[in-house]
Design a protein around this ligand. Sequence first.
Ligand code: WTA
Length: 567
Amino acid sequence: MFNIISYDERIKNFDWSISEKELDYQPGNVINIGWYCSDRICELGKADKPALIWEGSQGQEKRYTYNELRLTSNGVGQFLRNLGIQPEDRVCLFMDKIPELYIGFLGVLKIGAIVQPLFSAFGDESLIVRLDNAQTTAIITQRKHAPKVMKIIDKMPYLKHIIIVDADPSKPLGERQVAFDMDNAVKPDNFEIHPTKAESPSVLHYTSGTTGQPKGVKHVHYSLISQYLTAKWVLDLKDSDIYWCTADPGWVTGTSYGIIGAFSNGVTQCVLDSGFSAENWYRFIEKHRISMWYSAPTAIRSLMKAGDEVIKKFDLSSLRHLASVGEPLNSEAVIWSEKVFGKAFLDTYWQTETGSIMISNYPGMKIKPGSMGKPFPGITATVLDADTYEPFDGPGRIGLIAIKPGWPSMMRTYWRNEETYNKKFRNGWYLPGDRSSIDPEGYFWFVGRDDDVINTGGHLVSPFEVESALLEHPAVAESAVVSKPDFVNMEVVKAFVTLKPGFVGSKDLDLEIMNFVRKKLSPLAMPQEIEFIDNLPKTRSGKIMRRILHAKEWGEEIGDTSTLEND
Ligand code: WTA
């Protein structure tokens, strides 16, 4: 029996109070995600249950029970409080997928501060725009990532503390640095949790748009109501499950479901902090007897590429439920997973801004491979005509996905960017920026994004950010960044570049520019291909027309070029 029991029954008279009741939350009361994910689970009698099983790249393992999660995150809270961190201060987590990241997340929330998770692969440029926007007070990081912070420290007067979780006691600490060994710190048994309320800010995730700098998506503690219930009904988390969410908490999946959804449901979750290989992933599933696996299409396609033979070497019989998020999950991948694992990956659709799953396939519901499924109970979603912003009369037409605001985990604003936030709404609908159609049975079929944002391997990359980084290279005069098709990542970043006088395109320059972007931004944002050209297509007003370059890469019709300057 699945937790959701019956989708058709659940959508009737659905009310979020179902989730509130299960969490013993009453409107107006204190609600703190850090507390719900550790202290409350202990109160429910699971203090000695393993909460987190972590495996590092060298095969080393660490385990934390729910009580250890509670105590260690209390220690984090205490340490931050002693440093003078105040409620609503922004505390950035800049770490690999190590236990300190998961526990630090809960500790920051326990004192009412705002968590700002950032990928440890980010370079200094990616880091500074996000820290600057958030005016971050403290950053918790590892020795190996600290140099990237130190490089830009002079530009960040607001950043008071650089907390190193694995400091070398024999070496002096740098400017503003402080050592904090989470496992061996003081861990108060009675810790005063900050009495956050439903609308108190919790998590600030940065996401990339087409224009402008990345936007800080502000979430609140009340998001738990959505994250808990969607994890329970869609991921079907049960007490007996060993759960593996492969996402990095630098990304919203890694926090909403890799931390909050998992721990608030009191399951045991495993974390693998090492690079991808099919063999290693299957070994991990076999070793820990993973039963619920939440992953992403790029990973699934990589596994497909590795072939079926390798699967036979492992006992994967523990797997009982699989789901996927982040990019279109092609029907081939669904059919393949059913063949090799005996279970189909269920596609789920949502985004950083929505904070939790919006449209999904549900355990027990008829799956149509290639479709994203149906709206979660309580979510009203449709597609709108892109010209009128009105819903279509009947099914089958492609339009803009639109969701009626009002679910608990909806973002509350873009940090210091209310104007862009307001633009996300039309006629009372929230527009995530994606296109889809709906079939006569109410299933959503994803078509594509409605902007130029590149979704590479499930990660959103802004062409604007990559272009800005490219322009900082001494050889680059102008650039235009678009996506190009790729089997595994669906899309990868491609840059068209014109060079300054005196520079000539070459393989070496190509690699040098790629590396330049990788270091400044991140490996994901690095162009996989650079094409040197003499002129970029521009409008008569001088705006670069990415659309034309994009169409060329995808073999599509170029469309209206009447505004083109050099046609
Ligand atoms: C895309 C990820 C197709 C979409 C949780 C969305 C998807 C963006 C799917 C959000 C899916 C997410 N099928 N596309 N199942 N899920 N997307 O904010 O374009 O990193 O708007 O959050 O990824 O990406 P984000």
